[in-house]
Design a protein around this ligand. Structure first.
Ligand SMILES: NC(=O)C1=CN([C@@H]2O[C@H](COP(=O)(O)OP(=O)(O)OC[C@H]3O[C@@H](n4cnc5c(N)ncnc54)[C@H](OP(=O)(O)O)[C@@H]3O)[C@@H](O)[C@H]2O)C=CC1
Ligand SMILES: N[C@@H](CC=O)C(=O)O
Length: 410
């Protein structure tokens, strides 16, 4: 019989309840000893004596050997997870913002105390991408990782594009279905996708980047004009995080809406589904597909991590140890589509050159090559009246010979 896991569970919301639903269907030698929640007055579906609002009842309980953290409060989550790791407990978490923001400290805590923190559920819900990056691709040279990492924004885009549903109603549905973050700006603004990208990049490339250094733009200002442009060209618009090794010393990360054509894997990833494309030197292109949000899909990834703790599985962060000289950079050139109202914006953003310019009534756009760092420097000029999308092919996230080279179409 494998080691019995006695769990202190933090959070009994969408994911916490999803996890509980799954655990109770099986005899897994796992016991949830106590559940800590925030609001003691809420009605629960389990006996009241299982719940507490006092975190110490879990963190100081000698009967609990494993902490599962599934709450929606970043700083409280960091405190819980670091306390647990530094007092000899292994931890499973799905809190991507907390993990991405504190990744350096969390790696150090694990090394210092010999404890394990697993977080498969934090990145693309049910898709097992972290353990694959950590183990399966251990010896592969990864050219790029990109995809759809946020279920809510993809749900909104699908509802709009396929069903013609307006943005506000689609967002409300994503919230009602439990896909959206407490502050949905995190979803639609590309922040949530960025946190997941930062975590994935640590396992793919060994770079630990602070989320605030990574550029993200979302889908909030997408308009009927942009959708019409996409439809006329048989394209779809998706919110796409990209991690790309430029050469053996530089890696670039960013999150942008992206036009995808029907030959790309992401074209058929709809609603709350996510997709991850890994471009490897030898395995070539591989595609992971699955539900990226929701209680049961995420709960299944959390349970897989809990089960891995039975045999004391730990991430080794092997690439971080091996590739100390790989640096994060924003000094790359990308092709973007910019729909704008204010003519000055085109000059202010400082395009290297413009391939295409369109002007008809209120609809104006340019497509051109721009340096990502320049775009970041001028980000404050981009109002909600403008929309920017990555206009390169994803397959074309190709190795650049110099860090200044554009991400060209293959
Ligand atoms: N929803 C999804 O599809 C996914 C969510 N995640 C992540 O998982 C985490 C949980 O998400 P989700 O279940 O959707 O969130 P919910 O809002 O549904 O639930 C949050 C839970 O956390 C509890 N909570 C909040 N603060 C505290 C605290 N300080 N101490 C103890 N409990 C607290 C709440 O208590 P109370 O019940 O009393 O309000 C609630 O039970 C988040 O970090 C989210 O980003 C990751 C992947 C997918
Ligand atoms: N809000 C997130 C939940 C899962 O990580 C999403 O929509 O993808």
């Amino acid at each position: 019989m494998s080691k019995k896991l006695t769990i202190g569970l933090f959070g009994f919301g969408v994911v916490g309840q999803g996890l509980h639903d799954i655990i109770k269907t099986k005899n897994l030698n796992i016991e949830i000893v106590k559940i800590c929640i925030k609001d003691g007055s809420k009605k629960r579906t389990l006996p009241a004596e299982l719940f507490t609002t006092d975190k110490e009842e879990l963190l100081n309980n000698p009967e609990i050997n494993t902490i599962v953290e599934l709450i929606n409060d970043t700083e409280a989550a960091f405190e819980i997870v670091s306390r647990a790791l530094s007092t000899g407990r292994n931890v499973v978490s799905a809190s991507k913002k907390m993990i991405a923001t504190h990744l350096d400290e969390l790696i150090n805590l694990q090394h210092q105390y010999g404890t394990s923190l697993l977080y498969e559920g934090a990145v693309c819900g049910s898709i097992p991408i972290i353990r694959n990056l950590e183990e399966y691709y251990d010896n592969e040279l990864l050219h790029s990782i990109c995809g759809i990492f946020n279920g809510s924004s993809n749900y909104i885009l699908s509802k709009g594009f396929i069903e013609g549903l307006d943005y506000a109603s689609a967002l409300k549905q994503a919230q009602d279905l439990g896909f959206a973050e407490t502050d949905p700006i995190s979803d639609v603004g590309g922040f949530d996708a960025k946190y997941k990208l930062v975590i994935a990049a640590a396992h793919a490339y060994g770079v630990v980047v602070k989320p605030e250094e990574v550029f993200n733009l979302g889908i909030q200002s997408l308009s009927a004009y942009d959708l019409q442009y996409a439809r006329e060209k048989n394209l779809k618009i998706k919110l796409v995080p990209v991690a790309k090794e430029l050469d053996d010393r530089h890696v670039a990360l960013f999150v942008l809406p992206k036009f995808v054509n029907e030959t790309e894997f992401l074209y058929n990833v709809e609603y709350e589904y996510n997709g991850v494309i890994v471009q490897a030197a030898f395995a070539d292109q591989q595609f992971f597909f699955g539900k990226g949000a929701g209680g049961h899909p995420t709960g299944s990834a959390v349970l897989s991590d809990i089960a891995a703790l039975r045999y004391d599985y730990q991430y080794e962060y092997k690439k971080a140890k091996a590739k100390k000289d790989l640096k994060f950079t924003n000094d790359i050139e990308i092709n973007i589509y910019l729909r704008y109202e204010d003519d000055d914006l085109v000059d202010e953003l400082g395009f290297e050159y413009i391939h295409e310019r369109y002007y008809s009534g209120n609809y104006k756009f340019v497509i051109g090559k721009i340096n990502l760092q320049k775009l970041i420097d001028n980000q404050h000029r981009i109002s909600d009246k403008a929309f920017i999308a990555f206009a390169d092919q994803l397959k074309g996230v190709s190795l650049a010979e110099s860090k200044k080279q554009a991400l060209e179409v293959l």
